[in-house]
Design a binder for this molecule. Structure first.
Ligand SMILES: [Zn+2]
Length: 222
């Protein structure tokens, strides 16, 4: 719960694929926020979460608060219609996604759909002018079978740019794969992060350094 199971292109990510294999079942993604009292669940066609216009109005906005066209990523902002007690007007979720509007869905619903959550707004990194979300890096690393542990560390490079360090440990007997990992990441991010091969134990320590309660794969030191 709380983990994305889809890539930007709505196909299953590594976690989604693993769940499908393990349970031998089709994986349907859903997204919801308690305050909104609504969820955006996919139909059996699994092509993005259906928005229910009678319950909620969804906008996607850029950094300046302006709505962006369908298909463009931005922060999900929602206004509830049927919530009593604490109705919300243009509630900023902090989640990054995009609207899919390709006409009537095969299931018969005409409403627009919400794409997978591709990142958290506060985790957004600006690396040499390019926006990067840690989730994109996670999606790449989860697909690499030889990587057995990893942590992403964000720091400020200059006042205008962030730096991301990808620390990975590799499975026993695997030779240094840092250049291959870099190439795979560059393919998805358009920028090349620093990749360092480290031990499983060291990475484990960094993951536990932020909070004792839960290990984290993204450490923000900006
Ligand atoms: Zn549908």
């Amino acid at each position: 719960i709380g983990e994305p199971v889809k890539e930007r292109n709505i196909s299953l990510n590594a976690i989604g694929k693993r769940l499908r294999e393990k349970y031998n079942a089709e994986i349907i993604s859903t997204y919801g926020i308690t305050e909104l009292a609504t969820s955006f669940c996919e139909c059996v066609l699994s092509k993005g979460g259906h928005i229910h216009p009678e319950l909620i109005y969804v906008e996607i906005i850029d950094d300046d608060g302006n709505p962006v066209p369908d298909g463009v990523e931005g922060e999900v902002v929602a206004t509830t219609f049927n919530v009593e007690g604490m109705p919300l007007i243009r509630f900023k979720t902090g989640d990054i996604s995009f609207i899919i509007d390709d006409g009537i869905c095969g299931c018969g619903l005409k409403s627009k759909r919400l794409g997978p959550v591709t990142g958290r707004k506060k985790q957004k990194l600006k690396i040499k002018g390019t926006s990067v979300y840690p989730q994109t890096i996670v999606n790449v690393l989860d697909q690499l079978e030889y990587v057995d542990n990893y942590v992403l560390i964000a720091t400020s490079d200059t006042t205008l740019s962030d730096r991301i360090e990808v620390r990975c440990s590799l499975k026993k007997g695997v030779a240094d794969k840092s250049s291959e990992i870099k190439a795979k990441l560059k393919g998805s991010l358009k920028v090349t992060p620093e990749v360092i091969i480290d031990s499983f134990t060291n990475i484990d320590l960094i993951q536990s350094s932020v909070t004792k309660r839960k290990k984290t794969k993204f450490v923000d030191r900006r």
